[in-house]
Design a protein around this ligand. Structure first.
Ligand code: ZN
Length: 122
């Protein structure tokens, strides 16, 4: 039984981190007129709202996206720190393994599925 393939997850985290940083940059260089041209940005593709609603929606969307992106960014940074600390893949609640399947789905997961469920149940 070897530990999780930390190098693989580090690479994934770094790729994902760059993607999030780019997304935040896009939000900051906000330019609503060019949104329609950004065909590579799936987040905005299905928003066929009225003109009046769109401006407000775009602002709120950008704000929400930035909140989410900033949050994910901190999660990714924390995961990278755990890799450096040698605690990556360890559940922060019970100290057991988070589980490789779970890390595959969410490389910055901090809880095993059982503790995650407990947390979600409150
Ligand atoms: Zn746990």
């Amino acid at each position: 039984m070897s530990a999780v393939d930390v190098d693989q997850f580090r690479t994934r985290l770094l790729v994902e981190r760059q993607r999030v940083v780019d997304a935040i940059d896009n939000i900051h260089s906000e330019n609503p007129g060019s949104l329609a041209d950004e065909t590579e940005e799936p987040l905005f593709q299905d928003n066929h709202l009225g003109d009046v609603a769109t401006a407000t929606f775009d602002r709120e969307m950008a704000s929400t996206l930035e909140d989410n992106s900033t949050h994910v960014l901190s999660e990714i940074d924390a995961a990278l720190a755990r890799i450096e600390a040698g605690t990556f893949g360890t559940c922060q609640a019970c100290g057991g393994p988070v589980g490789e399947d779970r890390l595959e789905a969410l490389p910055w997961a901090t809880l095993c599925i059982e503790d995650k469920r407990k947390q979600e149940r409150g």
